[in-house]
Design a binder for this molecule. Sequence first.
Ligand code: AMP
Length: 111
Amino acid sequence: MTLFEKIIARQIPADIVFEDDQCLAFRDIAPQAPVHILIVPKKPLERVGAASQADSTLLGHLLFLAAEIARLEKLADGYRIVINNGSNGGETVPHLHVHLLGGRQLAWPPG
Ligand code: AMP
C-alpha cells in the first residue's frame, strides 16, 4: 500500500482540503509555496505514464479539481499545476498526484 493509499484510507493523517468520490486533496507535508496541495485519485494509478485510455476522464477530472481548489484557495494571481513522472521527473511516491502550487511568484524554468 502506498503512502497516499494510506492517507486515502485514513490510516495516516493529512490536512484534507477536498474530497469527492474519485479524488482526495490534501496539503503537502513539505510545502514548496504558501499553497501546496496534492490532488490524488482514489484509484491506485501509479503515475500519469501508466494511465490508459479508460483513465482519460479521471485525468481530466484531476485537472478540473486543481482549478476548482485554486479558486477555493483564492489563487487569483496565478498558480502552477505539476505532475512529476518517473525518477528523472522527480516522482517519489508511486501513486499519481497533481501538485497545485501558488501564493508566490513561481520561477521558470523549474529545476
Ligand atoms: P513527488 O515528488 O512528485 O512524488 O511528490 C510527492 C510529494 O508528497 C512531495 O511533495 C512530498 O512532500 C509529499 N509528501 C510526502 N509524504 C507526505 C505526507 N505524509 N503528507 C502529505 N504530503 C506528503
